[in-house]
Design a protein around this ligand. Structure first.
Ligand code: HEC
Length: 157
C-alpha cells in the first residue's frame, strides 16, 4: 500500500471515531463511579485520538511536540491500572450506562491484550515526522479501538 492510500484510510477511520466519540459523550445517566471513571478514561483516549486525526487530516497544523504529546498520553491512558475502574459486577445491564460486556471479566487476559495493542499502536505513533506519517500510524490506533469494542463493548442501550 502506498503512503498516500494509508493516509486516506487512516483519515477516514479517524473521522468515524471522532463522530462516535462525540455521540458517546451524550449518553444517559451513570450512577456507578467506577463506570463514570472508565468512561472518563475512554473520553480522554477519544480526545487524544481526535487531536492526531485532526493533524492527519490537515485540520490542525502538524507539530511534532503536539503529535508526541498526544501519542504519549494515549500510550499512558492505555497503560492505566484498570483494577479501580473495570470492577466486576458493573457489566452492561447490572448498572446504568455501562456497555461493558461480561467477557471483560471472564476473559481478563484477552481484554488486557487489547489495551496492550493500543499501547503499542500509540508507541508507534510517537515520532511521526509529518502529517502523512501521522495518517499512516492512525490505522493501527483505530484498529485497536475497533478490535476491543467489537469483542468487549456491548450494543447501545
Ligand atoms: C481494551 C479495550 C478497549 C480499547 C483498546 C478501547 N476501548 Fe473504548 N471502550 C471500551 C469499552 C469496554 C467501553 C464501554 C465501557 C462502559 O460503558 O462501561 C468503551 C467505551 C468507549 C467510549 C464511550 C465512553 C463513554 O463516555 O461512554 C469512547 C468514546 C471510546 N470507548 C473511545 C475509544 C477510542 C477512540 C479507542 C481507541 C483509540 C478506544 N476506545 C479503545 C473498551 C476499549
Amino acid at each position: 500500500m502506498t503512503g498516500f492510500t494509508k493516509t486516506i484510510l487512516g483519515t477516514g477511520l479517524c473521522a468515524a471515531l471522532i463522530a462516535s466519540a462525540g455521540f458517546a459523550a451524550s449518553h444517559s445517566s451513570v450512577t456507578n463511579k467506577a463506570v463514570a471513571a472508565r468512561h472518563a478514561q475512554m473520553q480522554m483516549i477519544g480526545y487524544h485520538t481526535g487531536v492526531l486525526g485532526a493533524i492527519a487530516k490537515g485540520e490542525m497544523e502538524y507539530d511534532s511536540a503536539m503529535v508526541d504529546a498526544a501519542a504519549t498520553n494515549l500510550r499512558e491512558l492505555a497503560k492505566l491500572d484498570g483494577t479501580t475502574m473495570w470492577v466486576a459486577g458493573t457489566e452492561q445491564g447490572a448498572t446504568d450506562g455501562s456497555r461493558a460486556k461480561a467477557e471483560i471479566w471472564s476473559d481478563a487476559a484477552g481484554f488486557a491484550q487489547k489495551f496492550t495493542d493500543l499501547e503499542n499502536a500509540a508507541s508507534a505513533m510517537i515520532g511521526a515526522a509529518d502529517a502523512a506519517a501521522v495518517g499512516a500510524a492512525m490505522g493501527g490506533i483505530g484498529g485497536s479501538c475497533k478490535g476491543c469494542h467489537q469483542d468487549y463493548r456491548g450494543p447501545k442501550s
